[in-house]
Write a protein that binds this ligand. Sequence first.
Ligand SMILES: NC(=O)c1ccc[n+]([C@@H]2O[C@H](COP(=O)([O-])OP(=O)(O)OC[C@H]3O[C@@H](n4cnc5c(N)ncnc54)[C@H](O)[C@@H]3O)[C@@H](O)[C@H]2O)c1
Length: 265
Amino acid sequence: MKVTTKPRLAGKTCLVTGAARGIGAGIARAFAREGATVLVTDIEVEGGEAVAREIGGRFRRLDVAAEDDWAALAEAQPEIDVVVNNAGITGFEGDAPPPHDPEHATLEAWRAVHAVNLDGTFLGCRYAIGAMRAKGAGSIVNISSRSGLVGIPAASAYAASKAAVRNHTKSVALYCAGQGLDIRCNSIHPAAVMTPMWEPMLGTGPDRASREAALVADTPMKRFGRVEEVAALAVMLASDEVAYMTGAELTIDGGLLAGSAAAPG
Ligand SMILES: NC(=O)c1ccc[n+]([C@@H]2O[C@H](COP(=O)([O-])OP(=O)(O)OC[C@H]3O[C@@H](n4cnc5c(N)ncnc54)[C@H](O)[C@@H]3O)[C@@H](O)[C@H]2O)c1
């Protein structure tokens, strides 16, 4: 007997932000494999168009921090089934990143990180609720971080923004449920997934290998995560399989948050 399984996202139109590379591109690919119509968005036009071409999706330039971009999207795409708020920055991009510790971070650097990670997610959720209202159903997936669950002194703006993404996810989930809408909102909390985001932190010099090794040594599973592994969670949250799950936070971190370095031996 031939067993055929229906693609898990068949018939769904899904928007992914920051999908030109890294985790966002992985999610876009996984969604397309599961039968979704994918709207790939990013500020990186070339990379975004390439991902869209590869998966048979559409590309649209969308700066998540720009309210006007979301307003234009709402006109062009008034209905959507799934929104993944994935676009995010550490603040360490560029040649001479400023310090991000609580004593020396500038307000400008702090705000720049929050503009993308937090304002971008707020605007993405607001768009999603409006664009899901007609059907009264949908799934919003917010990519937070394990850094949203613990303090990261050297990346305090990033950590605070991701903690706020975690909390806003729960407000959105409760708001939608309270409105009688079947719109779910959940957060994913990855750690140490090998993507271009790590490049400025790992560097290219002779210390790169030892920096990588130190990160891996601190991870119980002793390896970096893969974008496909994060994408698999996004597929699950986007699908109707977990229709009772909202306001939840899913960690995918090789076991990092399961324990404490100070545990007795
Ligand atoms: N890689 C990890 O280890 C890790 C761990 C925890 C959380 N995350 C989160 O996962 C998400 C994806 O990270 P990644 O590792 O794939 O990063 P990445 O840097 O490889 O990709 C991020 C993408 O976002 C896009 N982007 C940046 N600013 C944007 C803006 N204003 N509007 C639209 N797009 C914008 C970039 O152009 C890029 O394509 C981020 O939110 C990140 O914080 C990553």
